[in-house]
Design a protein around this ligand. Structure first.
Ligand code: NAD
Length: 515
């Protein structure tokens, strides 16, 4: 591919020629000797060769964050809010650059990065600019009669954040914004596969006037520098988004130094269609919810349970619509589905489908990648995988139980409502779910009984800055976005004043002497 005309950095994007670390307000070179290539998965070309952070670079970033903490945490909420408002404006001005680079490093369609990832991040930034001025606590009062008590909500210190590759910009924002709005300082480790927009975000923070060291980004691998960050004695809280096995490891490491942890982990969202549902809405909803971001979305619909009377029509409808999805170059404005994040991940996704096929599953759509895209792209050069519908599998099947993280939907029939809800709850995960019905009582029951951090009714995927995102069960704990996340990045202090000015207090006799 001709990169001179198609360079994602050509029109103002930042080229991190000087390094892939952002420490104390500026781009810095790593001192480590490991490198990684940021690859465009649509054709395997190298976008940027980065030198990964060493443990010493992580130490430098933590030290910068620690040095910035006293000033930033004592800035007024109004001052923090103003800086975040300026950041929102800057991000909006740079929206096209962010979208272009996000698409280049992930392969997600440009229409998704420019209409979802980037505007979502701008809105999130504006939300946290407002939320910074609205920390909550109980009213002060004389609860003992002899004292006045009040609550202070205080920042924790340096937050060590670790993020995945699926929504690199949004994940960076979800981790950084509530933390800094509450007065913490941050060291973020993005995925080494996709560090570019996190670095651009950090640069925008500096340009918007956030003091040096408030936001730091270390581009590093997980095993060495990532573990060093989450174990670091000067890190007060660890905020992690990624897979459940890595989350478990991160929690173990963080626990050793009694850090607060916030874990946003894997998902396997059920999509439950009751027999009174609007079939057209359910079919269209399932296609969009299973294919968003190539299915590399922790809340994507992955298991459709369809009540028997609608089952055949649902399978036919989804298979037919899957056939209309346009695979191609993610930069083409009409491309619906770009490549997956990497060739290794594409092979992993294909492995799930091949094992299901070998075990007797019906592959009702997809399962083999066509050679040519809708725009003439040679799909064999990129990490492409087609929308794939898997039917005829039991609830215990690997494709129903494990997180595939690709454009693969398993579909199973059910009979009574009890069975539909039981199956929806029958995986270790509990991040998100949806119920499709026109019956208010059915929907109320589903929203009450499905164990997930978010349950949609007659839709599946939309998120909003004002509302929390986070899991139940093996999908982790803690909330991103919303006031709830802001609360998590603070600690509550009870301050108690004696109001009596009495030297010999009555309660002392319970410890020594008499009244
Ligand atoms: P991953 O768990 O492999 O990696 C996530 C991050 O952790 C990366 O930055 C990685 O470098 C780092 N890491 C790896 N090993 C580490 C270690 N030992 N110590 C410290 N850090 C380490 O996940 P991924 O493949 O990047 O992303 C996909 C996963 O993320 C899926 O499971 C998906 O469901 C999950 N996810 C969850 C949410 C949510 O909000 N719950 C959102 C997006 C993605």
């Amino acid at each position: 591919m001709d990169r001179t005309t198609d360079d994602p950095f050509a029109e103002g994007g930042i080229r991190f020629a000087d390094g892939a670390q952002f420490i104390a307000g500026r781009v810095a070179e790593s001192t480590g000797d490991q490198h990684a290539d940021v690859i465009d998965p649509s054709d395997g070309s190298v976008l940027q060769r980065v030198r990964l952070a060493s443990a010493a670079d992580v130490d430098r970033a933590v030290a910068a964050a620690r040095a910035a903490f006293p000033g930033w945490s004592s800035a007024t909420p109004g001052a923090r809010s103003e800086a975040l408002n300026r950041l929102a404006t800057l991000l909006a001005e740079r929206a096209a650059d962010f979208a272009r680079v996000e698409t280049a490093q992930t392969g997600k369609p440009l229409k998704l990065s420019s209409e979802f990832d980037v505007p979502g991040t701008v809105d999130n930034t504006a939300f946290f600019a407002g939320a910074a001025r609205n920390l909550e606590g109980r009213a002060a009062g004389e609860y003992s009669g002899d004292h006045t008590s009040y609550i202070r909500r205080e920042a924790l210190g340096v937050v060590g954040s670790v993020a995945p590759w699926n929504y690199p910009l949004q994940m960076a924002a979800w981790k950084i914004l509530p933390a800094v709005a509450a007065g913490n300082t941050v060291v973020l480790k993005p995925s080494e596969l996709t560090p570019l927009t996190a670095l651009m975000f950090a640069q925008a923070c500096t340009d918007a006037g956030l003091p040096d060291g408030v936001v730091n980004v270390v581009t590093a691998d997980g095993r060495t520098a990532g573990e060093h960050l989450v174990s670091h004695p000067d890190v007060a809280m660890v905020s992690f988004t990624g897979s459940t096995p890595v989350g478990r490891r991160v929690a173990e490491l963080a626990t050793r130094t009694v850090k607060r942890t916030h874990l946003e982990l894997g998902g396997k969202a059920p999509f439950v269609v009751f027999d009174d549902a609007d079939l057209e809405a359910a079919v269209h909803g399932a296609v969009a919810a299973s294919l968003i971001n190539g299915g590399q979305d922790c809340t994507a619909a992955t298991r459709a349970y369809v009540q028997r009377p609608l089952y055949e029509a649902f399978v036919e409808g989804v298979a037919e619509l899957y056939g209309t999805v346009r695979l191609g170059d993610p930069r083409h404005p009409q491309t619906d589905l770009g490549p997956l994040i990497s060739f290794a991940h594409r092979d992993r996704v294909a492995g799930f489908v091949e094992r299901a096929r070998a075990a007797g599953a019906v592959i009702a759509a997809g399962g083999r990648t066509p050679e040519k895209g809708h725009d003439g792209t040679d799909l064999t050069l990129g990490a492409y995988y087609p929308p794939t519908l898997v039917a005829g599998v039991p609830q215990t099947a690997e494709v129903v139980q494990s997180e595939i993280f690709g454009p693969v939907l398993a579909v199973l029939p059910f009979d009574g409502d009890d069975e539909g809800i039981r199956l929806a709850n029958d995986t270790p995960y509990g991040l998100a779910a949806s119920a499709w019905t026109r019956d208010v009582h059915r929907s109320l029951r589903a929203t009450r009984e499905i164990a997930a951090g978010c349950v949609w009714v007659n839709d599946h995927i939309p998120i909003i800055s004002e509302m929390p995102h986070g899991g139940y069960k093996a999908s982790g704990y803690g909330k991103d976005m919303s006031q709830y996340s802001l609360d998590e990045y603070t600690q509550v202090k009870h301050v108690m004043y004696d109001t009596t000015a009495v030297a010999r207090k009555d309660w002392h006799r319970t410890v020594f002497g008499d009244r």
